[in-house]
Design a protein around this ligand. Structure first.
Ligand code: GN1
Ligand code: MG
Length: 351
């Protein structure tokens, strides 16, 4: 392993030697290493080419958007070129990327209203910073990534091929998804038809993809693998999916999974406060559906993968994808009960 990391790193910095490296195992898709050298630290990442077969598109999107943000004074990741002037290295039949390490902390959920407000405002500023970036310059690294309708149909297909044991284990979760599709169907169709506008969005805004300083101030978002045209609802929903859960998506004890209303309201207020300057009427009217939409979609993905015998997400034990699906379903159920009783935010768009 050490030799492998050294060889790859030398494609970028032939004259630097690695003092130490550690594996960062929080993502479910790529393999990530933190590298220490005498004068600086780096993040080396091996891209999962099964999930991202179109590496050229992925690199195009990441490099263009991070450069654009940096050029406009919006602090973000910086990718490093190798000695051939490429932003990646091909070694050991894999594609590797190197970026500068940002000293920071990673949280798995939001613990206070103050952090919720910060994350909400940050996300709206991130969207604002990309408003003038031409959507047409981005490619679809994973087609239909947040096409919730298709995710639901794929989940239904997985029911047909699942083993009898797994079907039985997943019975209640399957029934929940079947009967709740109607609640998110309209907003999902409005996204697909373009009634809700396509913008440049991150598409993987779980709290674990945000870096904080020691005082819990957000520094930047990481993991630009899925930056693509999409809806702001995808980013809002994914940040809230992880941010408002009192447990993590991995929690086996469902009694610990509940919806933190205060975190939700603080986040939304701060997001809307910044984003009302650009949101369309249709976005303003439907923003409250962001969270149930993404919870539903994520539950379809986890449960579908469970029924497909865990082909997509990394797992370390049997039934892990079922556990993940159940946390999403429990949270969606609570969110829907809350939304029924709650008067929606009244948002005046300012343009
Ligand atoms: C994956 O890239 P990573 O591991 O942060 C997934 C997301 C899911 C998330 C669930 C490319 O995120 O869409 O929301 O797992 N990324 C991809 O934890 O499928
Ligand atoms: Mg990701």
């Amino acid at each position: 392993m050490e030799e492998l990391i050294q060889t790859v790193f030398q494609d970028f910095y032939p004259n630097k030697s690695i003092l130490a490296y550690t594996i960062i195992d929080i993502g479910l898709i790529n393999s990530t290493y933190k590298i220490k050298t005498a004068d600086a630290d780096y993040i080396l990442q091996k891209i999962n080419q099964t999930v991202f077969p179109n590496i050229k598109a992925l690199l195009n999107n990441k490099i263009k958007t991070t450069r654009y943000l940096n050029a406009n004074g919006f602090f973000t990741l910086t990718f490093i070129e190798n000695t051939k002037g490429q932003f990646y290295s091909e070694q050991y039949q894999a594609i590797w990327q190197l970026s500068t390490y940002i000293p920071s902390l990673v949280l798995d959920r939001i613990h206070s209203d103050a952090v919720a407000s910060q994350v909400g405002a940050y996300l709206a500023k991130f969207h604002t910073a990309l408003l003038n970036f031409p959507v047409s310059e981005l490619e679809y690294t994973i087609p239909d990534f947040h096409n919730t309708i298709k995710r639901f149909h794929d989940f239904r297909e997985s029911i047909k091929v699942a083993s009898a044991e797994r079907l039985l284990e997943a019975k209640e979760s399957i029934a929940f998804l079947e009967s709740n599709f109607k609640n998110i169907q309209d907003v999902a169709n409005d996204i697909n038809s373009g009634k809700i506008p396509l913008r440049v969005v991150h598409n993987d805004t779980k709290i674990g993809n945000m870096l904080f300083d020691k005082d819990n101030n957000i520094l930047c978002m990481i993991d630009f693998d899925t930056i693509m045209p999409g809806s702001i609802f995808h980013d809002i929903g994914d940040a809230l999916r992880t941010g408002t859960n009192t447990a993590t998506e991995e929690e086996k004890d469902l009694s610990k999974v509940s919806f933190d209303i205060e975190i939700y309201e603080a986040f939304m207020k701060a997001y809307v406060n910044v984003a009302s300057s650009f949101m369309s009427e249709k976005e303003a009217q439907n923003i409250h559906l962001s969270l149930p939409l993404i919870l539903f979609e994520q539950a379809c993905r986890f449960l579908g993968d469970y029924l497909n015998n865990d082909r997509y997400y990394a797992t370390t034990y049997e039934d892990q994808n079922l556990v993940r699906a159940k946390t999403q379903i429990k949270l969606m159920d609570s969110v829907q009960s809350y939304l029924k009783t709650k008067k929606q935010f009244s948002i005046t768009t300012r343009h």
